[in-house]
Design a protein around this ligand. Structure first.
Ligand SMILES: Cc1cc2nc3c(=O)[nH]c(=O)nc-3n(C[C@H](O)[C@H](O)[C@H](O)COP(=O)(O)O)c2cc1C
Length: 215
């Protein structure tokens, strides 16, 4: 598949069939992941592939509880001073919430859950900071694009972090390892397509902040 097509049609596919995904395909998307850039080419990443039904069931339970806590915290609702959402934005938000809930309710049925981890400093002296993610999320995006090219659906999720200690204990992940994302992967029920995005012109500044391009 042409790389531009893969990029522009990569959506969060939260409705997945329980049909199996081969080890060969898992290996293929991980090969794409490990070709990503990382700071100083340290490649301090690790991927935990979860297929075990009981482990998936427990992770799904924690994930569902995490989503409940997130929704209860008012996530996604307009903050004071925000412009009132348009009816289209409201409808899109509602669609995302419904689809996020579906994934949470069916997480255990996904054939594979992949945890993308960043290995930190075992001494604990170097703390993760705002830039830590920049050495793992390029690999996550590569993984998702490779999956897209194979027709596999993925979603970059982080809600497991509400129960991170339990997840790490279950999977034997050491405390200095950051679980940056969990990616459920499987054959999608829906179709891929371009997602709603702000236009390039609106988010680009030429030479100085506030100077839009004239193209
Ligand atoms: C840092 C990050 C964390 C995310 N966490 C979650 C998550 O925990 N659960 C989920 O369902 N989607 C999650 N998403 C997916 C976004 O909701 C999604 O990318 C966004 O709504 C755009 O939709 P699209 O990917 O279908 O174009 C996350 C995305 C990013 C980049």
């Amino acid at each position: 598949m042409d790389v531009t097509e893969a990029i522009t049609t990569l959506r969060s596919m939260r409705r997945l069939k329980p049909d199996p995904v081969s080890d060969e395909l898992v290996q293929k998307v991980l090969e794409a992941a490990i070709h990503a850039a990382s700071g100083g080419n340290q490649q301090a990443w690790a991927f935990v592939v979860v297929r075990d039904a009981e482990k998936k069931r427990k992770i799904a339970e924690w994930y569902r509880d995490g989503l409940r806590l997130l929704f209860e915290s008012g996530y996604g609702e307009p903050r004071p001073g925000d412009p009132a959402p348009t009816p289209e934005q409201e409808a899109a938000g509602e669609r995302t919430r419904r689809s996020a809930q579906y994934l949470a309710d069916h997480m255990a049925e996904a054939p594979v859950l992949i945890f993308a981890c960043l290995i930190g400093d075992p001494s604990g002296e170097t703390r993760h900071n705002a830039r830590s993610g920049s050495s793992i999320y390029p690999a996550v995006q590569n993984l998702m694009l490779a999956a897209r090219a194979e027709g596999l659906g993925t979603t970059l999720t982080t809600i497991h972090s509400f129960h991170d200690d339990e997840v790490k204990e279950l999977l034997g992940i050491p405390s200095h390892v950051l679980t940056a994302a969990m990616i459920p992967m499987g054959w999608p029920m829906g179709r891929f397509g371009a997602g709603p995005r702000r236009p390039v012109r609106e988010v680009t500044h030429i030479d100085e902040w506030g100077h839009p391009p004239n193209w």
